[in-house]
Design a protein around this ligand. Structure first.
Ligand SMILES: NC(=O)c1ccc[n+]([C@@H]2O[C@H](COP(=O)([O-])OP(=O)(O)OC[C@H]3O[C@@H](n4cnc5c(N)ncnc54)[C@H](O)[C@@H]3O)[C@@H](O)[C@H]2O)c1
Length: 252
């Protein structure tokens, strides 16, 4: 319970990796704020955190809306009066299409949520952490923030951009008690992969497993462990880092 008395925000907390991160923060004793566009899933995450003995609230938020992100941070301050950790995890996959064929509307939506949404969250999280004298931010990038992937130009561009944003903020706030890092998971079994058709297609699934030297996909809990560690005092000298949680995918 090393995070007792602390407050942790997780965006995209209604599902998959975000839900696991919310649960992990709760287990460490933090008061958890789950934010998402999905009300039912967000409330279920809160229920699960409480069932495990933790404390949590849900605030409905679309991270691509400046007004809603501002209202989220105001809501956190109203409820808990502080913000110590933020995991900017909300994201969408977009569609699969060659770069020249990528639909402009979807390109803009992916960038709006996966990159601008994280910047909007940081824009409002950083002043609160500065006023408190410290905090830790973890942005959810991907192995696709480090390597390309055919037919996923918008997603890959956004996730690469996130690493640049993370490094820049890390440098800017390093002497003011705020650490900013990114996590880069490989393929993790979540509803996102189900929507991409990967979990229902044995051949596709086996081919993707083969891309990971450990010969399996990752779990949301394995990503959550990395996020919690990056926020903890054990990572006090770690900032501006993009931490692979990828079963060796990028090492091949
Ligand atoms: N699953 C993977 O293989 C994988 C790998 C690397 C990185 N990631 C990243 O991890 C993060 C979580 O993905 P996941 O696999 O858990 O997917 P998921 O679809 O299960 O969860 C994503 C969550 O984000 C929420 N969300 C989407 N748009 C939002 C918005 N505008 N505002 C607020 N919330 C919004 C969704 O409602 C959902 O609850 C994403 O950023 C994703 O890109 C996933």
């Amino acid at each position: 319970m090393s995070f007792k008395g602390k407050v942790a925000l997780v965006t995209g907390a209604a599902s998959g990796i975000g839900r696991s991160i919310a649960l992990a923060f709760g287990r460490e004793g933090a008061r958890v704020v789950a934010a998402d566009v999905l009300v039912e899933g967000g409330e279920e995450t809160v229920r699960l955190v409480k069932e495990a003995g933790g404390e949590a609230i849900f605030i409905k938020t679309d991270v691509s809306s400046a007004a809603e992100v501002e209202a989220l941070i105001d809501g956190i301050l109203e409820s808990y009066g502080r913000l110590d950790y933020a995991c900017n995890n909300a994201g969408i996959e977009g569609v699969l299409a060659l770069t020249a064929d990528y639909p402009e509307e979807i390109w803009r939506r992916v960038l709006d949520i996966n990159l601008t949404g994280v910047w909007l969250c940081m824009k409002h999280q950083l002043p609160v952490m500065l006023a408190q004298g410290g905090g830790a931010i973890v942005n959810m990038s991907s192995i696709l923030g480090l390597v390309g992937y055919a037919n996923a130009s918008a997603y890959v561009a956004a996730k690469h951009g996130l690493i640049g944003l993370t490094k820049t903020a890390a440098v800017e706030y390093a002497t003011r008690g705020i650490r900013v890092n990114a996590v880069c998971p490989a393929f993790i079994e979540t509803p996102m992969l189900k929507r991409a058709g990967l979990l229902d297609n044995p051949e596709f699934y086996r081919a993707v497993v083969e891309l990971h030297p450990v010969k399996r996909l990752g779990t949301p809990e394995e990503v959550a462990g990395a996020v919690v560690w990056l926020c903890s005092d054990a990572a006090s000298f770690v900032t501006g880092h993009a931490l692979l949680v990828d079963g060796g995918y990028v090492a091949r």
